[in-house]
Ligand binder design. Structure first.
Ligand SMILES: [Zn+2]
Length: 115
């Protein structure tokens, strides 16, 4: 029996809790993973979460991987480069100047341009 492969979804809530990339086999499973495993959506219920397909993130799926972790330098690089993520009050990089993903970060690049 061939099981369906997990693909990438972007999860967002109605409460400005930031975005999250999860790997799941369905939209419903993606929302459950975000709600129950990530700890990022403490103010949300299942119905407050929205899941959008992110095909450009599919290539980062590895067996057993369910969540892209912004605090992991490798994951962060991928999130900034291919999903348009950046630091916010929810996922603050302590020192953006030392961030390994700043080359791809449009917020960093636009701030640098102004200064
Ligand atoms: Zn940053």
């Amino acid at each position: 029996m061939k099981s369906k492969k997990a693909v990438a979804y972007l999860i967002e809530s109605d409460y400005d809790e930031g975005g999250l990339i999860v790997f799941a086999k369905s939209r419903e499973q993606a929302r459950n993973i975000a709600l129950l495993l990530s700890g990022q959506f403490d103010h949300s219920r299942y119905i407050d979460l929205r899941a959008y397909r992110k095909p450009q993130m599919d290539k980062y799926y590895k067996r057993g991987k369910e969540i892209m972790d912004f605090n992991d330098p490798k994951d962060r690089l991928a999130l900034v480069k291919d999903a348009g993520f950046y630091c916010s009050e929810y996922n603050r990089e302590s020192d953006c100047a030392k961030c390994n993903a700043k080359k791809y970060c449009y917020v960093w690049n636009s701030e640098e341009g102004e200064g």
